[in-house]
Design a protein around this ligand. Structure first.
Ligand code: DX5
Ligand code: ZN
Length: 220
């Protein structure tokens, strides 16, 4: 049976008690930490960036799953890798053309990180097809990027199934990740469709029963 990875979204953590929050995740055997970078330009919100990653990555052992919701990922990707990013995911929508996209994937990998690409809810999954054999991860957004706590959009399900089908057919190695509005119900739907990494923010943080919630997301 395939192991589901739960990647808590740091955006939803209580930042007054960040050390406590990160240690709590470790006690629940969390391995991936989803790190949402927003630039106030590609998305209508600002979050955190290099300084925070640099402050935490040497001290907490996670796979740092950096989701760049920024307009110029080609400028910043190497900085994020230097500060501890293990996976760098950028958005299809910000890339100028196919050549620049292939180049960025190559660059991320040559710097020793894993390369991921993401699409917004309104973007067709087909746009990712030219890159699938190079990617380590594909991130399907199931809400409009920019804010936690929104409702899951069902049109993500067919994108996930299409990626799962292609992965099987061609033996691709990318992980299929989904982000936005994940809870026990929507989590079951995306797992059924073929998602392997589930990002969850508001469903997990500041909840008494975080441990049970993680278990629900992990269970097939
Ligand atoms: C949204 C971010 C998500 C967000 C998910 O732009 O990419 O990672 O934190 O939050 P929830 O799980 O609350 O929808
Ligand atoms: Zn995210």
């Amino acid at each position: 049976m395939k192991q589901i990875i739960v990647a808590p979204s740091l955006l939803a953590a209580d930042f007054r008690f960040l050390d406590r929050e990160l240690k709590l995740l470790k006690t629940h055997n969390i391995t991936y930490l989803h790190f949402d970078v927003m630039d106030g330009h590609f998305v209508p919100n600002l979050s955190f960036g290099l300084t925070l990653l640099d402050a935490i990555s040497p001290h907490y052992d996670f796979v740092y799953d950096v989701h760049l919701m920024i307009s110029n990922p080609e400028i910043y990707a190497d900085e994020y890798i230097k500060k501890g990013a293990d996976i760098v995911t950028f958005h299809y929508e910000v890339m100028e053309n196919e050549q620049a996209t292939h180049q960025l994937i190559k660059k991320i990998k040559s710097l020793g990180a894993k390369a991921g690409m993401s699409i917004k809810p309104g973007t067709d999954v087909e746009v990712l097809f030219p890159y699938l054999n190079e990617l380590d991860l594909v991130l399907i957004m199931s809400v409009e990027p920019g804010f936690g706590g929104q409702s899951f959009m069902e049109n993500s399900l067919e994108k996930i199934s299409a990626l799962a089908r292609l992965k099987k057919m061609h033996n691709f190695r990318y992980l299929i990740e989904v982000d936005g509005g994940i809870n026990s119900e929507t989590g079951a739907l995306v797992k059924k469709a073929g998602a392997e990494v589930l990002v969850a923010g508001s469903y997990l943080f500041n909840q008494q029963d975080m441990k049970q919630r993680i278990k629900k997301l992990r269970d097939e």
